[in-house]
Ligand binder design. Structure first.
Ligand SMILES: Nc1ncnc2c1ncn2[C@@H]1O[C@H](COP(=O)(O)OP(=O)(O)O)[C@@H](O)[C@H]1O
Ligand SMILES: [Mg+2]
Length: 421
């Protein structure tokens, strides 16, 4: 008796220690899942990959038996749709849970979590519950507890994230709180990926429109401008030949007109080819091409444009030169067209860490950059970013209404890409 007592008192601290160790191990695992899921959020490129990554993280890192995500339909009675799952049991088990959740007269934990917008936790699946119509199937797979977490956006649940564990009471209060946070992060990630996809689609549409416009402009210049002048030139030449054939003198006025028309054709063709690719870029350095463009723009618009180059002269890779020039030309054209600027400053410099920095600043009206990035009005600002990214750089636009705009293009001159400008 005394011996048994002694054994018990010796064992008690050990049992307590074990439970504390278990507790710590469990929380450690949940934290590992959170950090892995954060990484998945940061890297998510598309919605499907994000959902699969979250389910896989819970099973592979968190050690839970099964995880699945279902989206609710538009109406309350619409069935849940399975969109991702991971863990043992896979398809067949997921199908059973889904069928039970969608059976019209039953209220399973997943549906209740979705409708109420709060987590529903079933601590021991061996105790029958109306919330677990798939209870037998879960026990058959070896699962003893589960939690259903709502995925919420704008105050309403749009889906459910359910997790099954092998042991009863696997989800205590701190764990429920952490998993609820995880579900909120996932819901936020899903919204972000969707917004990004919608913006990318909008940019694609804008680009298609802009390309169609540019093609239309070029076709109009060639057909109406250059084409018509060539036609007039052709007629004039025929007229001159007829005169010559009859042995008459071709009047100087006619020849002057033909020379003028030929000159006009040449200018039209130059304008078209310059729009396609500025030819002077081939023979000029980036700095000289920028100076050339600025002096032409200053003459045409009357705006004071200052160009300043700091540091050493550069021999740039052709692609870097072209992309930097085209990005600069768009920023300059924006400053001229939208800013009502009195002065524009262009600064070109190379930093000691081998980064080319090109800034175009104006003292004009400025604009709300958050608004334009959410609702792009044109393609120019996106193209500046894309051109910089195309040569492993970055571009950023800072603007304050009534305080002018600064476009900063930063491009690496080494192999290292730039992650933040
Ligand atoms: N330097 C600037 N000053 C004032 N507003 C600007 C400037 N640059 C851009 N914006 C604003 O951002 C919008 C988007 O510019 P952009 O993407 O180049 O398209 P677009 O020039 O075809 O309108 C412009 O319509 C204008 O409202
Ligand atoms: Mg523009």
């Amino acid at each position: 008796m005394i011996d048994t007592e002694r054994r018990r008192s010796r064992n008690r601290p050990l049992a307590q220690r074990r439970s504390t160790e278990d507790e710590l191990r469990r929380l450690g695992r949940t934290h590992a899942v959170l950090s892995r899921c954060n990484r998945s959020l940061a890297r998510a490129l598309d919605e499907r990959a994000l959902l699969n990554a979250f389910c896989a993280n819970l099973v592979e890192v968190g050690g839970y038996g099964f995880a699945w995500i279902g989206y609710a339909g538009a109406s309350r009675r619409a069935p849940l749709r399975l969109v991702a799952h991971a863990g043992q049991g896979d398809e067949a088990f997921a199908a059973t849970v889904l069928a039970c959740a969608n059976a019209g007269n039953r209220r399973s934990a997943c549906r209740v979590a979705c409708e109420a917008g709060t987590p529903v936790c079933l601590r021991d699946l061996s105790t029958p519950s109306a919330l677990a119509p798939w209870g037998d199937a879960a026990l058959g797979q070896g699962y003893r507890s589960m939690i259903a977490l709502p995925l919420r956006a704008d105050g309403a649940a749009f889906g459910n994230f359910s997790i099954f564990a092998d042991s009863p009471d696997a989800f205590d209060a701190p764990e429920v709180a952490l998993l609820a946070e995880l579900a909120d992060d996932l819901a936020f990630g899903i919204q972000t990926v969707r917004t990004r996809a919608a913006q990318a689609q909008q940019v694609r549409c804008l680009r298609n429109d802009a390309e169609r416009d540019a093609r239309g402009r070029l076709a109009a210049t060639l057909h109406d401008g250059v084409g018509q002048t060539v036609q007039a030139l052709n007629l004039g030449l025929k007229q001159a030949r007829a005169l010559a054939e009859r042995g008459e003198t071709v009047p100087v006025a006619l020849l002057d007109r033909l020379v003028d028309e030929a000159g006009e054709v040449l200018r039209g063709l130059r304008a078209v080819s310059c729009e396609l690719r500025p030819l002077f870029l081939e023979r000029l350095s980036l700095l000289d091409a920028i100076r050339h463009q600025c002096s032409e723009t200053a003459q045409r618009t009357g705006i004071s444009i200052q160009v300043c180059a700091v540091d050493r002269l550069l021999t740039l890779d052709e692609q870097v030169k072209e992309q930097c020039f085209l990005a600069f030309r768009e920023a300059l054209s924006n400053a001229v067209r939208h800013a009502a600027a009195g002065r524009i400053d262009v600064v070109l410099r190379v930093r000691t860490d081998d980064r080319l920095i090109l800034t175009i600043s104006d003292d004009g009206v400025g604009f709300d950059t958050h608004h334009t990035s959410a609702h792009p009005a044109g393609l120019g600002l996106c193209m500046i970013q894309e051109r910089a990214a195309g040569v492993r750089g970055r571009a950023c636009v800072r603007s304050t209404p009534r305080k002018g705009t600064v476009v900063r293009i930063c491009v690496p001159l080494t192999e290292e890409p730039i992650l933040c400008p």
